[in-house]
Design a protein around this ligand. Structure first.
Ligand code: OSB
Ligand code: MG
Length: 371
């Protein structure tokens, strides 16, 4: 790849529905889209699914712009010819943390690289499936009847499992209600780090409901306390926020902090680190699935490619394009089959066309860097 241009786009969309987690409500979604152009004229698209503030992660739209513009772009400008995404991974290692910023650019390079190889992205990363299973992640709704109506719609659409966000005061009751109404449908909960070990009694209570897993119950950076909680409950703990790289995955495994991992390729710095964690998971037979961060259709493409990997054993948090956003920025949009799967595109690259004009309608700012 011989890069000639890097474009950083601050994109802002109003959400069709508010998404509430234990760390807050999202009504307006700010994110970073990355566009790279090769000497051949071929292009690549990526997304760094940061937020406007440091809520899910310490990274924000502004830290991502800073890291990409002031460091990653300089590294690219110095090298210009980048053999492949693995070389990029080595070059940006010098930047500590800022995984989403690094991932956004890496994704764009993966798209470009696979287009230049004329192969679909999922094949290049070693994917083995041509359909991937989707689960629905439901925010904190706060009203049991509304929650049930929401689940009805989700199941009707075909989503293969339901995940509800929980926080203190909204945990056992909704789970109990869902079990009463739907029996033993595939169900899991995600606390986004809202609890402490003092709340262990809540997890012992949730333990009675046959959940597939409990996602990130304790502190966002913790491995040790999760290992204590995991010993007290039989429901598998799945870590999300605590796993930022393969080192965290190894340490958590040694401690017994989890039985399942949620991999968000952006959270771990991109698809190269995803593949490293996947390798470790394969060696130890750890089941994985792919998590989401309210991505646009661009980010969803990388989740779908990652979800084709062999250790992905549970449905992934990949919502249809139309769930959160009015404007479709990819063509065709990501649409669920009736059986709750997505077809994995067989076209070169991410397999969908990016609609530049539509993106520009919701763009706050673009930064163009000549490489
Ligand atoms: O913890 O999985 C999470 C969304 C924003 C921040 C954190 C999380 C989520 C989701 C969204 O659960 C799932 C999706 O993108 O559809
Ligand atoms: Mg989560």
């Amino acid at each position: 790849m011989e890069l000639v241009k890097l474009e950083i786009i601050h994109y802002r969309a109003t959400m069709k529905e508010v998404f509430e987690t234990s760390f807050g409500k999202t009504r307006i979604r700010d994110t970073i889209l990355i566009h790279v152009i090769d000497y051949s004229g071929e292009e690549g698209w990526g997304e760094a699914p940061v937020d406007i503030g440091p809520w899910y992660s310490y990274e924000t739209v502004y830290t991502a712009i800073h890291i990409i513009k002031d460091y990653i772009a300089s590294i690219l400008a110095k090298h210009r010819v980048i053999r492949d995404p693995w070389q990029y991974y080595g070059l940006v290692k010098i930047v500590r943390g800022h995984n989403m910023a690094k991932a956004g650019v890496e994704f764009a390079l993966w798209d470009l690289y696979s287009k230049l190889q004329n192969k679909p992205l999922y094949k290049i990363v070693g994917g083995v499936k041509n359909k991937v299973e989707a689960g629905l992640s439901i925010g904190i709704i706060g009203d049991l009847d509304k929650l049930i109506r929401y689940i009805d719609k989700g199941l009707e659409k075909g989503y293969r499992r339901i995940k509800i966000k929980i926080k203190p005061g909204w945990d056992v009751d909704p789970v109990k209600r869902i079990r009463e109404i739907y029996g033993d449908i595939p169900l899991q909960v995600d606390a986004n780090a809202a609890y402490t070990l003092d709340d262990a009694y809540i997890f012992r209570e949730l333990d009675k409901y046959g959940l597939l897993m409990i996602e990130q119950p304790l502190h966002y950076d913790d491995l040790y306390e999760h290992s204590i909680l995991q010993r007290e409950i039989k429901t598998p703990i799945c870590l999300d926020e605590s796993i930022k790289n393969v080192h965290d995955a190894k340490a958590g495994y040694a401690l017994g902090s989890y039985k399942i991992l949620n991999i968000k390729p952006a959270r771990v710095g991109g698809l190269v680190e995803t593949l490293r964690i996947h390798e470790f998971a394969k060696k130890h037979n750890i089941p994985l699935w792919i998590g989401g961060l309210l991505e646009t259709g661009i980010g969803r493409a990388f989740q779908i490619a990652a979800a084709t990997l062999p250790m992905i054993k549970y449905p992934s948090d990949i919502s249809e394009s139309t769930r959160f956003y009015e404007e479709e920025i990819v063509e065709p949009p990501w649409t669920l089959n009736k059986d709750g799967t997505y077809n994995v595109p067989d076209k070169a690259g991410i397999g969908v066309d990016v609609l530049y004009e539509k993106i520009m309608k919701h763009t706050v700012k673009t930064i163009n860097i000549k490489l």
